[in-house]
Design a protein around this ligand. Structure first.
Ligand SMILES: Cc1cc2nc3c(=O)[nH]c(=O)nc-3n(C[C@H](O)[C@H](O)[C@H](O)COP(=O)(O)OP(=O)(O)OC[C@H]3O[C@@H](n4cnc5c(N)ncnc54)[C@H](O)[C@@H]3O)c2cc1C
Length: 449
């Protein structure tokens, strides 16, 4: 009888198209393990922990209640488990994030001392980070050429779930309990992810190029939490896409996720530091007044309806529409002159789909310190964006009941309405035109030095 092998689940919480699981099960019986790592729990808020907790319950049920969950430092937990079941090998999907890489090296070296092999296979991406290079052999810092070479690189077809003989009877803690104060979460698990993907691709992908920018419509896939936890792999989505240009737009969004993972892999420090070093010198505010301004942004009480609607959507659902993520991020950086890292941290606490690479580089793209290829410094006009992308105010009405009665024209700028601003909704906390000039002046200063 071969000795059991451990499959260490991390961000690949699925049974289909899981090459690490398939390779582990090809060796014989498999013990399914999830490690509740305090380092990763720290920055996660209740929404993401709640989604994880429910997903682990789902996975446990799928594998006949044989998932072993233990809390602790991964090397300690795995060393002990390998001893307990006399495992000779641990398999896991490779992790390309800064902490994951350090942890996996440490685990690999530590287990080797106990004669246990570690195999890190595959990745959470269709094309693993560190695979796409220019003709000169350098990684890309802008998206468009990356996308072209990424498509040429190609990816494997998805594989089916293996027939696994799960090891049973090993003691664990069970999935972590649901945090007390948690919002309504979307359905979890592999079937829920696939159902959502199939519905989106059958009914909405053809409208995606335009609808994806309209937060008042259900124009996007809503797949980000499932991609975050690996309930679905991007390969599975890509295999379902055809050649239509609308489908190519969706393909390119999946590639943005892969691009940011690649950028973070090449420059791990950019999780918190500017990719464009000079932009770290731009002056930001951080005193007591700045903290008060931040608080108004966090609570969705800035007096700019589209910004407040976005922040309230985030607080209520753990998700925010991409167009609105860009608007609220621009407002924090360029109207309030606060460090992008403050906003990024707040997003990571509240987002169900919170992902270090997409989040830090989504923020840096907006802040102008990241991968934006635009030759000019973008400053989003929140009111202009609102009129353009939420013309009928549908999205604002959904999240700001105080102004839901206003006309389509007035709702974007309640303070300018003839009848006077509505009671109960704050006046704009800043003058956008003035703050735009201030942002540009701060940029000029670092250009001159
Ligand atoms: C400031 C800021 C912070 C962000 N933080 C995160 C984050 O923490 N986690 C996260 O998954 N996404 C983040 N994004 C990207 C994007 O907003 C979300 O992926 C998207 O809104 C998820 O909704 P969806 O699944 O319906 O997207 P869809 O439009 O249906 O796109 C399909 C998938 O493509 C990927 N994708 C789409 N747009 C982007 C993008 N701009 N960058 C990277 N990947 C993309 C996502 O995996 C998404 O699920 C951020 C964007 C900004 C501007």
């Amino acid at each position: 009888m071969p000795s059991p092998t451990i499959i260490w689940f991390r961000r690949d919480l699925r049974l289909n198209d899981n090459p690490a699981l398939a390779a582990a099960s090809a060796r014989g019986p498999v013990l399914g393990v999830f490690i509740n790592d305090p380092v990763l729990r720290g920055p996660s808020g209740n929404n993401r922990l709640g989604f994880l907790s429910q997903t682990l319950r789902w996975l446990n049920a799928e594998i006949d209640r044989n998932l072993v969950v233990r809390t602790g430092q991964p090397l300690d937990v795995l060393t002990k488990l390998c001893e307990e079941i006399e495992a000779e090998a641990v398999y896991a999907t490779d992790d390309h994030g800064p902490y994951g890489r350090r942890r996996d090296t440490q685990v690999g070296e530590g287990l080797a001392e106990h004669n246990v092999e570690t195999h890190y296979l595959d990745s959470n991406y269709a094309v693993a980070p560190n695979s796409v290079f220019s003709g000169a052999g350098t990684p890309y810092k802008v998206f468009t050429p990356f996308f072209k070479v990424w498509k040429q690189h190609g990816w494997a077809d998805p594989i089916e779930a293996p027939d696994v003989k799960w090891v049973s009877g090993i003691k664990g803690e069970g999935p972590p309990p649901m945090p007390g104060d948690v919002i309504d979460l979307p359905p979890v698990g592999e079937e829920a992810a696939m159902k959502r993907a199939e519905e989106f691709l059958a009914e909405r992908v053809m409208d995606y190029p335009d609808a994806r920018n309209r937060p008042g419509l259900a124009g996007t896939s809503g797949l980000s939490p499932y991609l975050k936890w690996g309930n679905i792999h991007p390969r599975q989505l890509l295999a379902m896409l055809g050649p239509d240009p609308a489908e190519d737009v969706f393909r390119s969004e999946i590639a943005w996720r892969e691009f940011y993972a690649d950028v973070l892999f090449q420059r791990p420090e950019t999780a918190r530091e500017a990719l464009v070093a000079n932009m770290a010198r731009i002056e930001t505010d951080s005193g007591a007044g700045a903290k008060e301004r931040f608080e108004r942004w966090c609570t969705g009480t800035t007096g700019f309806p589209i910004v407040d609607a976005g922040m309230r959507q985030l607080l209520a659902t753990g998700w925010m529409h991409n167009r609105v993520r860009m608007i609220v991020a621009s407002f924090l950086v360029k109207d309030l002159h606060l460090p992008w890292q403050w906003g990024a941290r707040f997003f990571m606490t509240h987002l169900i789909d919170g992902d270090l690479a997409s989040n830090s580089h989504g923020w840096q793209w907006v802040a102008g310190s990241g991968t934006d290829a635009s030759p000019y410094y973008r400053v989003f006009n929140p009111t202009g964006q609102s009129r353009k992308f939420d013309a009928t105010g549908t999205y604002i009405r959904q999240w700001i009941p105080e102004i839901a009665h206003m006309t389509d024209k007035d709702i974007h700028e309640p303070e300018a309405c003839k009848a006077g601003p509505p009671a109960g909704y704050p006046a704009p906390m800043v003058n956008h035109a003035k703050e735009r000039l201030e942002a540009l002046a701060r940029l000029e200063k670092i250009k001159k030095r």
